[in-house]
Design a protein around this ligand. Sequence first.
Ligand code: NAD
Ligand code: DAU
Length: 342
Amino acid sequence: MAKILVTGGAGFIGSNFIHYFHQNHPEDIIYNLDALTYAGNLENLKDLENSDRYKFFHGDITDVALVNDLFERGEFETVVHFAAESHVDRSILDPSTFIKTNVLGTQVLLNAALKTGVKRFHHISTDEVFGAIEQGEDRKFNENTNYAPNSPYAASKAGSDHLVRAYGKTYNLEYTISNCSNNFGPYMFPEKLIPLAITNLLEGKKVPIYGKGDQSRDWLYVEDHARAIEAILEKGKSGETYCVGGMTEEITNLEVVKLICGLLGKNPEQNIEFVTDRLGHDFKYVVDWSKIKNELGFEPKYSFNEWLEKTVEWYKNNQSWWQNVKNGSYQEYYKQQYGPKK
Ligand code: NAD
Ligand code: DAU
């Protein structure tokens, strides 16, 4: 039995990864270290609560003593590091927690991994570290693209990527990094475009679109991301980075929201509102995933339109999940982000 530590496993992608891995790797034990910030939710993993192959630890990755103690007792072979502050708009409102968790927290984990002989540290990163593809520019991000992060979030993720690589070069820590595009699917926190649009429409509210809505993203169904990580853990080479992206034909934010309106029988004209643009808004992301395809045999299998429809169904069928999430501090954030500016 191998022991795998997942950080941030109570969040959107982490919990989907744990579900996928638990089902497909009955030989492994999964440990989940999560601080349960506003984005962490143990409801996402309720079905695994009684599994003897899954254990939850409540704790912050920036807590050196806690992390060191967990690593010493855990003797993990593998770490898959998702824990992060992940929402660009929140990083614009206040970058400080992003630097603390994403940069410092990653370094605390790297030290503990090194000290306890972890055999593979897999770092989950983002295509946002590469900056933006501008209007009229015809290129894709790949493993050789220069780093040019634009938001405090992207800059903090870039910092963490550099630290991981430095621990590999300097101390010979065995690591891999993946830089992935926009995920979507179940358990996605309704602050991000797709779940925000679905849940607002289900509540009879309008969907806020930044600027003209002509920006575009490279959408990947979250289970494909889990499969990509599995391929990297099984076949990836230590010291390598892999870019992971979706199968989207280029689609603007406005088109995505119109599709969602269509799936929910809502008229876009009456249910969309154009709001002040995001500061420093990246225009476009497109990922070239040929390296992971050619070297590890991974390619995305879930098409955008079909899985967007299934995602809309999931939110329709799990209203209490997102209604609970949208209570309390979410309302404060929503007012700050979308309410009248002082
Ligand atoms: P999320 O915000 O849904 O979840 C983050 C999780 O990390 C939460 O469970 C939270 O409680 C936990 N966490 C936050 N700070 C912590 C701390 N200090 N200590 C321990 N746990 C902490 O995020 P997500 O969308 O699931 O993203 C997961 C990872 O994937 C992040 O590293 C993100 O940068 C990366 N990523 C996300 C996307 C995307 O589209 N969402 C795309 C590419 C990469
Ligand atoms: O590219 C990977 C990244 O994708 C991840 O690293 C981040 O963790 C994840 O949050 C995501 O970042 P984005 O900023 O691309 O995702 P978001 O869902 O916030 O926004 C998607 C697009 O929709 C973006 O162009 C901004 C726009 N948008 C977003 C919101 C929340 C709106 O027009 N209105 C909104 O209310």
